[in-house]
Design a protein around this ligand. Structure first.
Ligand code: IVH
Length: 659
């Protein structure tokens, strides 16, 4: 062993660490990663003089990553007392009345975001530091990671030191994409968006794509920064004025009835949010009362959380079926006696993988408890063992693919079990469904049943076969009449003209999401160029790391894939890049636009394109930096905010005239 080998191993571990945390696309299992780390430790034990300060052993520990500077909080970041019932919440309100010696106490009620707490410091209007809650007294300095939080303004109009507190969270969609990528790579899915957000904040190597998709919602101002503000609602309004994102729902309540009504409203709307919340936070509104009431060592006396219990239902597990994914991964699915849960009827739930089923000893025939937190997917949480009927059998993953009967494969160190047969009908079905899906070729009228029928009747095998279908073929499918036939044929024909990025998505290249597809399309402009690139050329694209580049390169090197692309081009699929013809010296040049409400003359995409052609930029949220807000019909809070901030508001016709 030479020192160079040791340094190379350090770099290798770092790279895997980066792929795992930054790209969310690990190429080796957790187990294999731990083995590499152990090997490194062993070398360092034998050659302590070689150890470099940037060695991963000096910075990686437990399951989370250390290596951040520890920072003491100016004011401790406390936690909240919890209540779980109307009675307990009322008891809290009464306690406040008693301490404050009056029943005239206004309260602020807000969403309780289910993410991870953070303290953000602005110095002279510039984002300067982000610290996690840690143990409440000291936290980790995660400034460089927080910098990439999508909706975090890096500049605000506020002099001096200004410290604000909020919650970093991961929206459901990003969480699902992340877990899908993990499952495809044979890794355990992350338990929930909260863990995923906390993990993403602790990435050691924040590249452009790091922590991508994280969001923040502020819920308070540090005591030292409240200045003249008199209460919580005023503080939130002030944060909003500065352009800082705050908790989406908050309100001032003058009595318990109003507080309870807010809690009920939030409980009902919870499933509509695209992120997790776990309750409502109720705070005495006046800061003077905060000072009067003080805190215990753990939590303030002027606030409490009213937490929603996760919604649960008890039902019977009829059977466990297997779903075969596009890449051949076998996922067990719980087929349930249909039951109501959180406002919808549930008849299926994911069981993730065989290990999870074994750990919980879930057996067909069992009575199970299913749960739906804020997150969208219901889970089987446990088995009611006392209700287990006689004669149930321990469930086992099949040894053969349920679709094509090929023996399944289980790679060492991976959780995933796969069907290795690329011609497997189930994989074909998924491949076709993916091909026609909205983010890909967007072919309407070809749902899962139609695709299944087309496959069953041997009318298609691969995506390119769709373009050879004739009316007579569809006529062979059950229930396909004239109208349905012409709809399907028109939709297929229309899909021939497709933006290059959606064509790339349709190919279903592992680890290539919409962002990468768009970057590739913009950079290279044609599929012919892209399919002949070298691995290094892919890596020159922003946001494409080694893993994605490798995946792209392998995909396009595979003869079957090249054949299919060529077939698609031959049948007239024409992937193209929309040309942005830049219009020089337009008054829109350099201006920042926010679009809100519904436009009637233009689609949103057209409006965005028109702005970009003229050198303008489009942002998602209104802040002091916004130049114009284009307000369509039924514009809401963004319009209000624009008015508050005195930003120029354009109607749709003002906008089209200025073009
Ligand atoms: S106020 C003194 N408001 O809940 C504590 N916290 O369980 C002040 N949280 O660590 C916290 N939404 O991370 C407050 N609207 C909200 C919140 C909120 C989520 C989190 C916060 C805190 C945890 C306590």
């Amino acid at each position: 062993m030479k020192k160079e080998d040791y340094i190379r191993l350090c770099q290798e571990v770092w790279e895997h660490n980066r792929l795992y945390y930054v790209e969310n696309a690990p190429v080796i299992s957790d187990y294999a990663f731990d083995q590499l780390l152990k090997q490194l430790e062993k070398i360092e034990a034998e050659h302590s003089d070689w150890i470099i300060p940037s060695s991963p052993t000096q910075r990686i520990g437990e399951s989370v990553v250390h290596g951040f500077k520890t920072v003491s909080h100016t004011t401790p970041m406390l936690s909240l007392a919890n209540t779980y019932s109307k009675e307990e919440l009322l008891a809290f309100i009464k306690r406040c009345h008693k301490i404050l010696e009056t029943e005239e106490v206004p309260f602020a009620a807000e969403l309780k975001m289910d993410g991870t707490a953070i303290s953000i410091l602005y110095e002279e209007g510039k984002f300067s530091r982000a610290v996690t809650r840690g143990d409440g007294k000291q936290g980790d300095d995660v400034t460089s990671n927080a910098r990439v939080i999508q909706n975090l303004p890096l500049e605000i109009q506020k002099a001096g030191s200004f410290e604000v507190r909020g919650e970093v969270y991961m929206p459901h969609k990003i969480f699902q994409q992340l877990n899908q990528a993990r499952e495809e790579a044979g890794l355990e899915p992350l338990a929930n968006p909260r863990n995923a957000a906390a993990g993403a904040l602790k990435l050691l190597n924040p590249r452009a794509s790091a922590a991508r998709g994280l969001q923040i919602a502020f819920y308070g101002i540090d005591e030292g920064s409240t200045g003249e503000l008199r209460g919580q609602e005023e503080a939130l309004a002030f944060l909003e004025q500065l352009g800082l994102p705050t908790v989406a729902e908050h309100t001032l309540c003058l009595n318990f009835e109003a507080i309870w009504a807010f809690c009920e409203q939030v409980r009902h709307q919870r499933s509509l949010l695209n992120y997790d919340i776990d309750g409502v936070v109720v705070k005495v509104n006046a800061f003077s009362s905060w000072r009067q009431m003080g805190s215990t060592a753990k939590s303030p006396r002027w606030a409490c959380a009213y937490k929603f219990a996760p919604e649960q239902a008890i039902t019977k597990l009829k059977s466990i079926t297997i779903q075969v994914g596009r890449t051949g991964v076998l996922t067990p699915v719980a087929e349930l006696e249909p039951t109501e849960l959180a406002g919808s009827t549930i008849s299926r739930a994911t069981l993730h993988n065989a290990e999870e089923i074994a750990r919980k000893d879930i057996r067909p025939g069992d009575t199970v408890i299913i749960e739906k937190g804020g997150d969208v997917i219901p889970k089987v949480t446990s088995v009611c063992l006392d209700q287990r009927p006689l004669g149930t059998k321990i469930w086992q993953m099949p040894y053969q693919c349920p679709s094509c009967h090929t023996p399944v494969e289980h790679k060492e160190g991976e959780v995933a079990i796969r069907c290795p047969n690329h011609l497997c009908p189930a994989q074909r079905h998924r491949t076709l469904l993916h091909f026609v899906s909205k983010g890909a070729m967007n072919i309407d009228h070809l749902g899962t049943k139609v695709i299944a029928a087309l496959l069953d009747n041997d009318l298609v095998k691969r995506p390119s076969d769709l373009y050879a279908l004739a009316a007579e073929d569809f006529a062979k499918l059950p229930g396909f009449k004239e109208r349905a036939i012409s709809n399907a044929l028109t939709a297929i024909a229309a899909s021939r003209q497709v933006p290059l990025e959606r064509f790339l998505m349709a190919l279903g290249i592992p680890h290539v999401g919409a962002g990468t597809a768009e970057a590739l399309a913009l950079r290279f402009g044609s599929i012919e160029t892209i399919m002949n690139l070298e691995q290094e050329e892919f890596m020159n694209v922003e946001g494409v790391g080694e893993k994605v580049a490798m995946s792209l390169f392998h995909y396009f090197q595979t003869a079957a894939h090249r054949d299919e692309i060529e077939r698609l081009l031959r049948v007239g699929v024409h992937p193209s890049v929309k040309e942005v013809k830049e219009i020089k010296d337009h008054p829109f040049s350099g201006k920042i636009f926010v679009l809100t409400g519904t436009l009637t003359q233009l689609t949103r995409e057209e409006a965005i394109c028109l702005i970009k052609e003229r050198g303008g930029k489009v942002s998602g949220s209104v802040s002091r930096n916004t130049d114009y807000v284009v307000a369509g019909e039924a514009a809401g809070s963004k319009l209000d905010k624009a008015r508050q901030l005195n930003i120029d508001i354009l109607s749709e016709s003002d906008f089209t005239q200025l073009l």
